[in-house]
Design a protein around this ligand. Structure first.
Ligand code: HEC
Ligand code: HEC
Length: 256
């Protein structure tokens, strides 16, 4: 009972922090198929109290679902070409290339579809994604999700400020705590398709937060609503200062 109340009040906080942004995102969410709300909430309720993770504010229709169709083994064969930039098993070495090891399969598949259709524009990834079939995408998504991320270190001068923001946000400026959706260990929310941030290259994280803030993460007429939950990140990133972006990026790079 008490836990349920806690979950509800955290969700209410998130709603308050993000409104009016969320009201429309919520409407979009209800238009989809019966979403992952129940499993996500159940998973959250089952978590130990110390690692309590508030329910995601917006239930995400999970499209597509690579878990049922993907094969880790087939993905391993196809992934060799990806290692050139994303590193061995998705543990990139170069800081501008995102880590894929341990990333959520739903999120990976979603992003590959967006690169393939040119909604997420990148001169390197767009042509790469165009060589992939739907089946390749599902296989690659479950393959990378099954890999273990190797740890990176946080910048000692930055991570404390980053941790404070990550865990508490700044309610006065309606910045929600990142932990609510990305999780206490930065593992995201696989059921809802929220990306993992642990051991992610901080340089890459800074770039993406800037891209959300200036509205360029996705292109086209529906850029802000490119995914069921993208609107939240556009709204949140706009409220962060450059110093906060640097600090929180350093903190998540050190999470494992
Ligand atoms: C030549 C370098 C290169 C190769 C090869 C490459 N990628 Fe990428 N990939 C990138 C870059 C750069 C980005 C970041 C793009 C951006 O900033 O938007 C990226 C981003 C991604 C993302 C988004 C990650 C996130 O956290 O949002 C996924 C998923 C991805 N690549 C999958 C793949 C897969 C699967 C392959 C192999 C079929 C592959 N990439 C091959 C350079 C590469
Ligand atoms: C209400 C839930 C929610 C909160 C709170 C939230 N995020 Fe996110 N975040 C998401 C979702 C959903 C996405 C994927 C959006 C998309 O589809 O583009 C995302 C994407 C991201 C990405 C891009 C990941 C990648 O691999 O490209 C970064 C970086 C990020 N968030 C950082 C943060 C930080 C830092 C905070 C706290 C200041 C935060 N998020 C708070 C839900 C949230």
């Amino acid at each position: 009972m008490a836990k349920r109340f806690l979950l509800l009040s955290s969700a209410a906080f998130l709603l308050a922090a993000l409104s009016p942004t969320l009201s429309r995102a919520g409407t979009a969410g209800t238009a989809g198929p019966p979403p992952a709300a129940a499993p996500a909430a159940a998973a959250t309720a089952a978590a130990p109290a110390t690692a309590a993770q508030p329910a995601p504010a917006v239930p995400a229709p999970v499209t597509p679902d690579p878990y049922s169709a993907g094969s880790v083994q087939a993905g391993a064969t196809r992934a060799a070409v990806c290692f050139a930039c994303h590193g061995p098993n998705g543990n990139s070495i170069a800081p501008t290339f995102p880590r894929l090891a341990g990333q959520n399969a739903v999120y990976i598949a979603e992003q590959l579809h967006l690169f393939r259709s040119g909604v997420r524009q990148n001169p390197v990834m767009d042509p790469m994604a165009q060589t992939l079939s739907d089946q390749d995408i599902d296989n690659l998504a479950v393959f990378f999700a099954a890999q273990t991320p190797t740890g990176l270190e946080a910048d000692p001068t930055l991570w404390k400020a980053g941790k404070a923001l990550y865990l508490s946000g700044d309610p006065e400026r309606r910045v929600p705590a990142c932990v609510a959706c990305h999780g206490p260990l930065g593992r995201g929310n696989p059921a809802a398709g929220f990306p993992a941030l642990r051991a992610q290259q901080s340089v890459y994280v800074v770039t993406q937060l800037q891209n959300y803030a200036n509205g360029t993460r996705y292109s086209g007429p529906k850029a802000v609503n490119a995914t069921p939950n993208s609107k939240m990140m556009f709204a949140i990133a706009k409220r962060l200062t450059p110093a906060e972006i640097q600090a929180v990026a350093s903190y998540v790079q050190g999470l494992r």
